[in-house]
Design a protein around this ligand. Structure first.
Ligand code: MD6
Ligand code: FE
Length: 206
C-alpha cells in the first residue's frame, strides 16, 4: 500500500490499497454477493435509455435508477429481495480509511464491460453529504475524470487501477465526476475482463 495522493480538495487516492491477495479476497466476496443479488440493467429517468454499466447493491439501502428516477431502496428491483449485507472484507476498507465515519449503508456495485463508461455526475441522492464516499476499483484500469461543483468547471483525469481505493469527501463530495473509458486487457484479475467499481456510502444522517 502506497501513500495517499490528494486528487482534489478532500479527495484522496490510495493507489494499490488492496494488494493482489486483498483484491482476490474482495473479488470472492463480491462474486458471492452477486450470486445472491444479480447484476441488473438500470435505465435513465424519463428516457428509459439503458446505462452502459450493470449494477447491484449490498447493504440496507441500494441505489437504483429507472423511469421514475434515482433513489435508494431496500430491495432489488428485479428479484424483490432485500440486498445482501455488505461483505465484511469490503466494510473493513471503510473502517480502515474512514475510522470516524458512521458505518456505510449502501455498497453500489457497477460492472463495466470493455466499452462501458459513465457520464459526468454528482453523487447527491444521499442525505449525508458530510460523510465521504469510498470507491474500490477491481479489474481493468479506468480513466476517471473529476471537476468541480458545477458541470462546466474545469476537469482533470487520472487512472483508477485494480486495488486502488478513492475517498471522496469535503469540498469534493459534490464534485462532478465520471469514467471516460475502460482500458481493456490492463488487469488479469477478472477472467471475463472489464471492471468492477464498488462505492460505499452513508445515505442517512447518523
Ligand atoms: C467509477 N465512480 O469509478 C465511478 N462516485 O466507476 C463514481 O461514480 C464515484 O468513484 C463517487 C465517489 C467515488 C467514485
Ligand atoms: Fe459517482
Amino acid at each position: 500500500m502506497s501513500k495517499p495522493i490528494a486528487a482534489a480538495p478532500g479527495a484522496w487516492l490510495h493507489p494499490g490499497f488492496l494488494d493482489p491477495a486483498g483484491q482476490a479476497v474482495t473479488l470472492a466476496a463480491l462474486r458471492a454477493g452477486i450470486a445472491q443479488s444479480p447484476l441488473f440493467a438500470p435505465t435513465m429517468p424519463r428516457t428509459g435509455k439503458p446505462f452502459s454499466v450493470r449494477m447491484t447493491n449490498f447493504g440496507p439501502l441500494g441505489w437504483v435508477s429507472d423511469r421514475n428516477g434515482y433513489r435508494y431502496q431496500p430491495m432489488h428491483p428485479v428479484t424483490g429481495d432485500p440486498w445482501p449485507p455488505i461483505p465484511a472484507e469490503i466494510a473493513q476498507v471503510w473502517r480502515e480509511l474512514l475510522p470516524d465515519a458512521p458505518p456505510p449503508e449502501a455498497c453500489l456495485v457497477n460492472y463495466y464491460e470493455q466499452t462501458a463508461k459513465m457520464g459526468l455526475h454528482q453523487d447527491r441522492d444521499e442525505r449525508a453529504f458530510d460523510v465521504p464516499v469510498l470507491s474500490i476499483s477491481l479489474g481493468d484500469e479506468a480513466r476517471f475524470r473529476i471537476g468541480g461543483a458545477t458541470r462546466d468547471a474545469p476537469t482533470r483525469a487520472f487512472p483508477l487501477r485494480s486495488g486502488d481505493v478513492f475517498t471522496f469527501g469535503g469540498e469534493s463530495r459534490l464534485a462532478f465526476h465520471g469514467i471516460d473509458r475502460i482500458l481493456p486487457g490492463t488487469s488479469s484479475l477478472l477472467p471475463e475482463g472489464g471492471r468492477f467499481n464498488l462505492t460505499l456510502r452513508r445515505v442517512t444522517p447518523a
